[in-house]
Design a protein around this ligand. Sequence first.
Ligand code: ADP
Ligand code: MG
Length: 398
Amino acid sequence: MAPAWSARLLCCGAYATLRNRCNTYPEVDVPVSPSPPASHAEWAALVVEGCAGNAGAFQLRLSRLIARLRREASPLANVLSRALADAHDSRLTLARDAASHQATLSPVDSESNLSLTTVQYPVHLDTPPVWTEQVEISLKQLIEEWRGAHKLLAAGLTPSRTLLLSGPPGVGKTLAAHYLAEQLQLPLVTLNLAAAVNSLLGKTGNNLVRVLAHARAQPCVLLLDEFDAFAKRRDDGQDVGELKRVVNVLLQAIDEWPATSLLVAATNHEELLDRAIFRRFDRWLRFPESSPAQVEAVLIGVGCSPALSAIVAPTLAGRPLSDATRLVQRAQRQVALHGQGFEDALLAQLAQELPAGEDVPRLLRAKQLKAAGWSLRAIGKDLKVNASTVSRLLHRTE
Ligand SMILES: Nc1ncnc2c1ncn2[C@@H]1O[C@H](COP(=O)(O)OP(=O)(O)O)[C@@H](O)[C@H]1O
Ligand SMILES: [Mg+2]
């Protein structure tokens, strides 16, 4: 039987069954609705999506139909929305099982035979990340949307499907993708950039298409890290044909991304991105430079005392948070090797990163007072130097 015919027949059958079931409820309780019943075309489209195996599109379309049935006061709305929520949960369970048993067959680059993705499940972070307030609010909202996805679907809505993370290096963009996968208990599928960017013309776009199709097929968090490598402006000059193709593949993928997986793209260079890309994402989260409070919390998180963290954090603020964690690790190694006190080891490691001959305690004090909002004059008074010396001191180490 031709697929179009089978779909149409199926659709008529499914629709008739659904309407009949609907009619078995006592008519009297159902208020008369002025809006027309959910149209045949929508049911037909639903069946076609189902037969074609487009789970994401099927789910979205069904949730819209449920919203419509609800407006029509059809008792079927509740039946279907419960079934949809159950199916959503069991699909997640299946994906989790698959990911924990195997590194889900990753597509490979046809030239190099390298895997185009790596899969991690379950994702576990050793120390909880520290976010700035704005980033924390956005991430929490997103997690809430995904945890309450069944409620959204029942209301004809979807959780945010695509997320763009931008900001300076080392502030936790890659970490945020891990954090989301951990919180949502989803496999984290990371695009292997080196394998995907194939020098052969046309292959990068093909690789990307395959990775996107792979990640759409099952619930996961797909991380496209260093996204600018793909999504460069189309007027960028070099390799225009291939670049255009890749950007178009991405634009289409973002538009059609299903609500069953979360696409996370991260970049340190938002200025390189094609302008058309930004508005396609459901959410765009810009990470600011690290703040003194954030560095302080990160230092405490990796084992520094609150007092030492408060002294050191203002000097490390504005730099990648990875500098703070690396500094602590280096100091811990020194302690283990030489039995030195941790505070001395940390300050000695920090001194190595500052201009030669810098008076470290004086600098730490100046940075700390500046972060506390003191004026240059007041800091100068405290350090017994004049304000211009303080200004030079602070600038020299920025
Ligand atoms: N918000 C954060 N909270 C705690 N640690 C962080 C945070 N951001 C970065 N780090 C530390 O820095 C490392 C590098 O961060 P990463 O996520 O790779 O930065 P980005 O992707 O923004 O360049 C992390 O593995 C972690 O040790
Ligand atoms: Mg990164």
